[in-house]
Design a protein around this ligand. Structure first.
Ligand code: MTE
Length: 246
């Protein structure tokens, strides 16, 4: 099911300020450009180092997973931030269900190829968008696979039908509209780390003391109010994740 925004209903700021380069390199028109894109039927393939490679319909997955709502900080590498209530389930519950082999050390996530859109955006980049996590990061209790926001099914601009959310990392790790989840032994190549490796590293952990080569990460701008606030180490989730990098 997709959200239909009723006339007169105010669209949350989060739904009109999006990074989704398959549709646009601007943030304020993604929600308009996704309109003709169809997210049903949709399949997600589980492959690589896993006991049972399968392809499933995301709607079937929802019935099996322990759904919950969580309010998370959401911090983009571009130094804008917001807090967002996501609906989804812990990535660990999903991993326990698909049973990766003990050799699996990383997970690679892939989005649909932009050629699947009706009028592809022509930026020549290493499509499709991919991202990756270590297994330890993926099973951390904070890591979620997400199907909803603000109590509604995920709108297309936020990555329907299924996206990743890793709240202690810059937003580019939180890949949208996933079509494949692959368990690997080697660290996978990822989209932004391939396009500009010196600006977008693989771990992408939020850190106020490590500036981006072109701007400071010491503060962040809240979308909606415009307020500037100090950036927090691991986006405020230090207690839950610092041990992963000790
Ligand atoms: N996933 C895909 N497939 N394509 C993208 O361009 N942008 C990333 C991430 N996931 C992106 C993506 C970036 S840079 C950010 S900050 C977040 O999505 C933004 O998520 P939001 O639009 O839901 O706030």
């Amino acid at each position: 099911m997709l959200i239909r925004i009723p006339k007169g209903w105010e669209i949350p700021d989060a739904a009109r300020y999006n990074n989704f380069y398959e549709f646009s390199s601007d943030k304020d028109d993604v929600y308009l450009k996704v309109e003709k894109f169809s997210v049903r039927p949709w399949t997600i393939e589980i492959s690589g180092l896993v006991e049972k490679p399968i392809t499933f319909d995301p709607d079937d997955l929802l019935r099996l997973m322990p759904m919950e709502e969580r309010l998370y900080r959401h911090r983009c590498v571009e130094a804008w931030a917001m807090a967002v209530p996501w609906t989804g389930f812990p990535m660990k519950a999903f991993i326990d269900t698909v049973r990766p082999l003990s050799k699996a050390r990383f997970i690679r996530f892939t989005t649909f190829h932009p050629a699947r859109r009706s009028n592809p955006f022509t930026w020549n980049a290493p499509w499709p968008y991919t991202e990756g996590l270590t297994m330890e990061e993926a099973v951390n209790p904070l890591t979620m696979l997400v199907t909803g926001i603000y109590g509604h099914p995920l709108p297309k601009q936020h990555g329907a039908p299924l996206r990743l959310v890793v709240p202690w990392k810059y937003g580019y790790k939180s890949i949208k509209s996933i079509v494949r989840i692959e368990f690997t032994e080697q660290r996978p190549r990822t989209f932004w780390n391939t396009v500009i490796p010196e600006e977008y590293d693989f771990p992408a952990n939020v850190n106020p003391e490590v500036p981006h080569p072109r701007w400071s990460q010491a503060t962040e701008k809240m979308i909606g109010t415009g307020e500037r606030r100090p950036t927090l180490l691991y986006n405020g989730y230090e207690k839950y994740v610092a041990h992963l990098y000790a």
